[in-house]
Design a protein around this ligand. Structure first.
Ligand code: A2P
Length: 274
């Protein structure tokens, strides 16, 4: 069973969730229904993925009590100047009254609007539209700007993090501020499963490489949102919650860091697709 992690505002989040980045909108309902049937109770989507409606339809079709499922969505970059309206659009697409966690998807510092957007999220949060608010792809200076200019501490910072690209300094700084780290592309989009160190641990525990990598995230105190379009691999990944690595074994994976970023760089990339 997946443990909960308690966020800074005391809201509990299942530490292992299911991500739907790049799940085609037309397949999302079916994939999320599979994930819920496999036992996932935490779904991570975004307005920019175009698949919120499929997530909402799957939740409705599942018959699972709303309070049993934790749902995250994110503010699109182009919507930072209309955060309230964009949030209400997402809420409608998801067919939910309350969103569990709402994130600013990227800081887009060149746009100069993320602090203003955050203040709108704060107001929505105070009005009870979401149980927690947070950020994604924020670097330390972006967190500093929020800290200096706003009232509510982000509950999470969701960042690219896998064995090949660990952002260890940013992750440690985020956690030390009382902000939970959520790892996206936690398996390196499938590219971080072939190493000999991971294989050795998989052999030792009779686990799969993906389970070893996910157990590393969980044992390191991060929230993790692997994705799979395949129900067997969904179940395999969920079962990683039952695998506990030793401190020494966690350190072996810490040692695999290699600057292998897969996604955009929050400081420099062209963010038009988000
Ligand atoms: P598939 O959807 O065919 O299972 P990430 O979560 O880091 O983005 O990684 C997702 C990618 O990793 C997808 O291509 C997915 O393929 C693959 N993947 C997910 N779970 C596993 C697993 N348990 N074993 C192997 N590949 C996996």
């Amino acid at each position: 069973v997946v443990p909960d992690l308690t966020l800074g505002n005391s809201v509990r989040i299942p530490q292992l969730g299911f991500g739907v980045f790049q799940v085609p909108p037309g397949r999302t309902q079916e994939v999320v229904e599979d994930a819920l049937a496999a036992g996932y109770r935490h779904i991570d989507t975004a307005a920019a993925y175009g698949n919120e409606a499929g997530v909402g339809a799957a939740i409705a079709a599942s018959g699972i009590e709303r309070s049993e499922i934790f749902v995250t969505t994110k503010l699109r970059n182009g919507d930072q100047g209309r955060a309230r309206a964009a949030f209400l659009d997402s809420r409608r697409a998801l067919n939910l009254d309350v969103v569990d966690l709402y994130l600013i998807h990227w800081p887009v510092p060149s746009q100069g609007m993320f602090v203003q957007a955050w203040k709108e999220l704060e107001a929505l949060y105070r009005d009870g539209y979401m149980r927690a608010i947070g950020v994604s792809n924020f670097l330390t200076d972006h967190l500093d700007a929020l800290y200096e200019q706003s009232q509510v501490l982000p509950a999470v910072n969701q960042i690219e993090l896998h064995p090949g690209f660990q952002q260890a300094a940013l992750a440690a700084e985020t956690m030390s501020r009382g902000i939970a780290v959520e790892a996206y592309s936690p398996l390196g989009q499938g590219t971080e499963l072939a190493g000999t160190e991971v294989a050795a641990l998989a052999g030792k525990y009779g686990a799969t490489p993906a389970q070893v990598v996910l157990a590393w995230h969980l044992g390191s105190g991060r929230i993790v949102i692997p994705k799979s379009a395949n129900s067997e691999r969904m179940r395999e990944n969920l079962a990683a919650a039952g695998l506990e690595l030793t401190e020494e074994e966690l350190a072996v994976l810490d040692g695999l860091d290699g600057g292998r970023r897969l996604g955009a760089d929050p400081a420099t990339a062209d963010f038009s697709q988000f």
